[in-house]
Every structure is written in structure tokens, then in C-alpha cells.
Design a protein around this ligand. Structure first.
Ligand code: C2O
Ligand code: CU
Length: 486
């Protein structure tokens, strides 16, 4: 399209909108503009094709991932019923479902460039699948029942095979009856190692969860009206790596790479490491560019944060508790013991730049506006809706591969909605119309009550990708849709 046709087209569109506005004058006029006789028509501001192409190229260049290994790594995961034991002052044995009998499931660790081949065997009494949260996989490996694959029936197997495009901290979980299957313990970490290994003396993953315990047993009612009316199922027993009051030992001189994963159904967490020296390395798997203050972050369901924690050589303190401080009911997540074997701190090599310069795009109109809201009705008595639609009766969002897109999430409700996009990383560019420049990518963003969050991204892979609230009870009650990337 040349410039003259473009200008002509914009002219026609402006004129049409003008006429429509005039004809509906009494309906649309805002009280503040209601000076009789004066209409102001503001044409929608749009990005030019050139801008879109440039922003999309910037995103592609921000993800420079150089494979450092090769080959196929085989894993076997069996989803099965397990009597899970929580030790502690009040030992419990709960009716859990796990991968291979463990909670969390075995940590799957590969190196960037390697292919993971995971054979899932379903020994549950109901179907299941595995979704690789945050990993850019081929669409057919994304694990969403009836969208990317048939669900895996009891007694059946399914082989997932993919080569992650990005190093980082990811996790996996079912996408069938998700709010029950995850709550019962089906999840695990997937770590894709990068070249920075030698910068750290320890590399630990903490998978955080909370469980609803009632009468010494897992509360076996799921998607209750209470959970649905509120922010989902918030448990009363915390675990880290399946342990109540998780214990770990660090040493003076350590530089620990700590990978935090929130696997809870609904609880937002904010682990507090007291006065330890913390650097944020990565969010949702992807390295941050520049300095990010850990204090400004929260860990919503689905989110990951990678930290570098430096323990000075003269560290005297013997133990410390790591607390969850998101709510006023501060709870203990873990206990760190510092021993007195001083270790040599390695050189810190961390060369990453995932920055983009999408300045000024808050001035334009969003391509999609998605309202998050609630109504009565439906299977569970409450519908959680995206643009007044409930999954699976939703209208897919149409996107183009590498087509730069802006979406507004408009939270009309008074509840939390950590919105998660499958297969895509995005940036948050504004909250409540105020431009912000988060120097990092995400796959999940917490949309607070009555808040509008504007995100921008450029879809990197074709296919049908799911988008949903990661409060799993909200997703179960309909807060889910798909993006068709062509
Ligand atoms: Cu953890 Cu559909 O995602
Ligand atoms: Cu929600």
C-alpha cells in the first residue's frame, strides 16, 4: 500500500467514524464534553506497519539464545495416586497425585540446545496432559486438551518432544481438570541450563505451593463456590519442594542461583530473604536487562524469579527463615542454615541484554481490549469471563506470527487475575494508562482489582495458543480463551 492510498484510507475511516459519532451523538457523548453544539472527534491512533515491523524485530533480537549442547534427553513421568507424607509437628498423609510418586515431580534438567523427550504414562482414573509452562514449544506439544492434543486417557501414554528455544526456569503441570490435578501435587520444574553455570556455587530450585488441609486431609472439594467467589483456593499449609519448613544449607562465599517457582493454585507469594544480598537474574525464565528491584516483585501463580544470592565470606549468622510476606499473615517457607565452610566465590559472568525500546506506544490504541469480569451462572454457579465469554465458548483472538500486538487487560472485577499466555513472552508497557518500562519479559502478569494492564508482544510461533487466568479456579469457571497465530 503506498502513502496516498494509506492517507486516503485513514481519511475515509476518520470520516466514517465522524459520521457515526454524529449520528449517535446523544448516545456516546460524555458528560464532560456536553457543551451543546461542539463535538470533538479523536481519530484512533494507530501504529504504522513500519513501527510494528521494527518492534517485532527488536523482540526477535532480544531472544538471542545460542545452543550450547545437543542430543536427546529421555524422561519418564507417570501420573499416579500417591500417599504423600508431610513431616513436621503435625505429620500428615494426604491423598495426593504425583509424577513418579514425588512432589514436586522429578526436576527435568537439560542444557540449551538439547531436546527433551518425556514419556507420560497416565495411571490416574481420569484423563491428563502435560503443559510446559513458559517454554516455547511446537504448538502440538503444548498439552492443552482438545486444542493442541487429545487428552491422555487412563492407561495411555503420550510422548512429548521439544527443543526449548530459551534457557531458564520453567515448570510443567497438567492442563486437564487443572485446578484439582495441580492442587493434588502434579507439577515439577523444568530447567534449561545456560552458559553461566560456573558463576554459581549452588543452583537450587524452590517449587512453592500451598495446600488446603482440613481434618488432617487434603480438602477434597474443588472449585468450591467460596474459591470461585474469591481469589481461588488459598491453602493453609505451605511447602517448598514438597517439604513443610524446607531446610537448606548454604556457606559463606556462596553465590547461590535460586530459582523460585510458584506452583500454587491461586496464592500470590512474596518470599522475603531478609537482608541477604540479592540480584534478580531472570523473570519467567528470561534474563532481565538492567537492575530490577526484588522488593518490587511478587510471585503470582505461574511466575518464576531467578535470583543470585551472595553470602559474604564473613557471614556470621547461623540460620534464617524465609517468609512469605504477600499477605499480613506472614508464614515460614523455608529455613536456611549457614555452615562455616568458607567457599571461594567464582567470577560472575552474566552477559545478557534482552532490552527493547518500545517507547511511546502507550499513545496508541490497543489492538485488543479484554475485559475480565464475573457473572452468575454456568456449571459452577459463577462465570469468570473474558469479554463476557466463558471457555470453551470464546471467540479466538486472531494474531499474525511476528505481528506486533498490543492487548489491554481491563479488570472490571475486584479480584486478582494473573493472566498467562502460552507460548509467548510479552512486556508490560502500562498500568492504568501510565507508561511503565519493565526491563524484562513475562509469560504471566498479575492484573490487580479494577486495574488495566497493557501488554505488548510479537507472537513467535504459529498455532492455537491458550490464554487464561492462572488462578486455576477462575480458569475452571471459564476465564480462558485462545489466540490463533497464523
Ligand atoms: Cu501454567 Cu495454561 O498454564
Ligand atoms: Cu482470575
Amino acid at each position: 500500500m503506498n502513502h496516498r492510498t494509506l492517507i486516503l484510507l485513514i481519511g475515509i475511516i476518520t470520516l466514517t467514524i465522524g459520521v457515526v459519532l454524529l449520528r449517535n451523538f446523544s448516545l456516546i457523548i460524555l458528560p464532560s464534553l456536553s457543551t451543546p453544539g461542539i463535538t470533538v472527534t479523536i481519530p484512533p491512533k494507530v501504529l504504522t506497519d513500519e513501527q510494528r515491523q521494527q518492534y517485532s524485530a527488536e523482540q526477535r533480537n532480544a531472544f538471542l539464545s545460542i545452543p550450547i549442547a545437543e542430543g536427546i534427553v529421555d524422561f519418564k513421568l507417570t501420573a499416579q495416586k500417591t500417599k504423600l507424607v508431610f513431616e513436621g509437628t503435625n505429620p500428615l498423609q494426604i491423598n495426593a497425585w504425583t509424577y513418579n510418586g514425588d512432589n514436586p515431580g522429578q526436576e527435568l534438567r537439560i542444557t540449551l540446545g538439547q531436546t527433551a523427550r518425556v514419556t507420560l504414562t497416565n495411571q490416574l482414573d481420569e484423563p491428563t496432559t502435560i503443559h510446559w509452562h513458559g517454554v516455547r514449544v511446537p504448538n502440538a506439544m503444548d498439552g492443552v486438551p482438545d486444542i493442541t492434543q487429545k487428552s491422555v486417557q487412563p492407561g495411555e501414554q503420550f510422548i512429548y518432544e521439544f527443543t526449548p528455544k530459551d534457557a531458564g526456569t520453567y515448570w510443567f503441570h497438567p492442563h486437564y481438570n487443572t485446578s484439582e490435578q495441580i492442587e493434588r501435587g502434579l507439577y515439577g520444574a523444568l530447567i534449561v541450563e545456560d552458559a553461566s553455570k560456573d558463576s554459581f556455587t549452588r543452583d537450587e530450585t524452590w517449587v512453592l505451593d500451598d495446600w488446603s488441609i482440613y481434618n488432617n486431609q487434603l480438602y477434597e472439594q474443588f472449585n468450591t463456590p467460596h474459591d470461585l467467589m474469591h481469589d481461588g483456593r488459598w491453602g493453609n499449609l505451605y511447602t517448598v519442594n514438597g517439604a513443610v519448613n524446607h531446610q537448606t544449607t548454604w556457606s559463606p562465599g556462596d553465590r547461590v542461583r535460586l530459582r523460585l517457582i510458584n506452583a500454587a493454585n491461586a496464592r500470590v507469594m512474596k518470599p522475603d530473604f531478609g537482608d541477604l544480598d540479592i540480584t534478580v537474574l531472570a523473570i519467567d525464565g528470561i534474563p532481565v536487562s538492567g537492575t530490577v528491584s526484588y522488593d518490587d516483585l511478587e510471585l503470582s501463580p505461574g511466575n518464576r524469579i531467578d535470583l543470585a544470592i551472595m553470602i559474604p565470606k564473613d557471614h556470621q549468622r547461623s540460620t534464617m527463615n524465609v517468609l512469605d510476606t504477600y499477605t499480613r499473615n506472614v508464614a515460614t517457607l523455608a529455613n536456611i542454615v549457614f555452615d562455616d565452610t568458607i567457599v571461594e566465590t567464582p567470577e560472575f559472568i552474566w552477559n545478557t541484554d534482552t532490552a527493547v525500546r518500545w517507547n511511546g506506544i502507550n499513545q496508541v490504541n490497543a489492538d485488543y481490549r479484554i475485559e475480565l469480569d464475573v457473572s452468575r451462572g454456568g456449571m459452577h454457579g459463577i462465570n469468570w469471563m473474558l469479554n463476557n465469554e466463558v471457555f470453551p465458548y470464546t471467540t479466538p483472538i486472531q494474531l499474525e506470527k511476528d505481528g506486533f500486538t498490543i492487548i489491554d487487560f481491563v479488570n472490571k472485577s475486584s479480584r486478582l487475575h494473573p493472566m498467562h499466555l502460552h507460548g509467548q513472552f510479552f512486556r508490560v508497557i502500562a498500568r492504568d494508562d501510565v507508561s511503565i518500562d519493565e526491563p524484562y519479559w513475562r509469560d504471566t502478569v498479575l492484573v490487580n482489582p479494577r486495574e488495566t494492564v497493557r501488554i505488548a508482544f510479537s507472537p513467535s510461533d504459529t498455532g492455537t495458543w491458550t490464554m487464561h487466568c492462572h488462578i486455576l479456579e477462575h480458569a475452571a469457571a471459564g476465564m480462558m480463551t485462545t489466540m490463533e497465530v497464523k
